[in-house]
Design a protein around this ligand. Structure first.
Ligand SMILES: [Fe+2]
Length: 293
């Protein structure tokens, strides 16, 4: 979960130590006091987490377990039709269950054995440099809450389904995990705040929403798109698809409340890696030509 591309529900710790999560009026959990208490308990687990601790275990409700079964089962079906080969390789290796809701700790342990990446819990918003910087050390800061059960197929907030199904499967593939690490290293060395913001935008249009052409048709490797059942059904017809282009990505507005109107497609995974070969040194240099748009 990271700052720029997130509609999030702020987590507040009161002076007396009580933790609460504030929901916007349009959030499906706005009038659900049980859900709000549940989210506050999960947020508190993350706030009390310290580096080196085991990832805390969440006491998920029966509804959330059912929601996982329903949504992850549907996603896995869609992945076979729409996901890119690298993502499907990661998915096979990680072997996420669709018949039960795994703990983040369990997924993290499996991921660490595969590519060295692991998850640590995030209560809510994480700053850009913190979020991306942790990728350099193989750490992905993830939420542990599950979206509200009344809205199963789309969550503007990055919930654990997004983190684990979208990013977890990607991070289980060696080529994708290497790209995440390279983004992290560039973020640590970013030559300016503006360069970091452009890096975040490029991450959004690639590792969150990116497409790659396989046998003439666009397939998905982006974690956000791959964790949205509704958007996976529509992206080929509803979105305008453009070639990789840093300046165009930096200029392109995007939405987190709705489906993306514009997506960027690499011609191959090799091309995507070459694109990052050119782009990341410019981020580290804070080049005006890169960041001035
Ligand atoms: Fe994400």
């Amino acid at each position: 979960m990271f700052e720029e591309a997130t509609v999030y529900s702020p987590v507040i710790r009161q002076e007396n130590g009580t933790v609460s999560v504030t929901f916007a009026r349009e959030h499906p959990g706005f009038s659900d006091a049980d859900y709000q208490r549940h989210r506050a308990r999960i947020a508190e687990l993350a706030l009390t987490y310290r580096p080196g601790d085991p990832v805390p275990e969440v006491d998920y409700t029966a509804e959330e377990v059912d929601l996982w079964r329903q949504v992850v089962g549907d996603l896995q079906d869609k992945h076979r039709r729409y996901a890119a080969a690298e993502f499907l390789d990661g998915s096979r290796r990680l072997g996420l269950p669709s018949d039960r809701l795994p703990q983040l700790r369990e997924v993290s342990g499996r991921l660490r054995a595969l590519t060295g990446f692991h998850f640590t819990p995030a209560a809510g918003i994480v700053g850009l440099r913190d979020f991306y910087g942790s990728l350099a050390e193989g750490r992905f800061q993830a939420t542990q809450y599950i979206r509200h059960c009344s809205l199963p197929y789309f969550s503007p907030e990055p919930d654990m389904m997004h983190e684990v199904v979208g990013h977890g499967n990607a991070l289980a593939n060696g080529r994708l995990a290497a790209l995440y690490r390279r983004v992290g290293r560039a973020a640590c060395r970013a030559g300016s705040r503006k360069a970091l913001e452009v890096l975040s935008r490029v991450f959004w249009f690639t590792l969150e929403y990116g497409l790659v052409r396989e046998n003439g048709e666009p397939r998905v490797y982006g974690a956000s798109l791959l964790s949205s059942v509704g958007e996976l059904e529509q992206f080929r017809t509803a979105a305008e698809v453009r070639p990789l282009d840093v300046a165009a990505m930096a200029r392109q507005s995007y939405t987190v409340e709705n489906f993306q109107p514009v997506l960027f497609c690499a011609e191959s995974f090799d091309q995507l890696e070459a694109f990052y070969d050119d782009f990341l040194p410019a981020v580290e240099a804070g080049e005006p030509a890169l960041v001035g748009s």
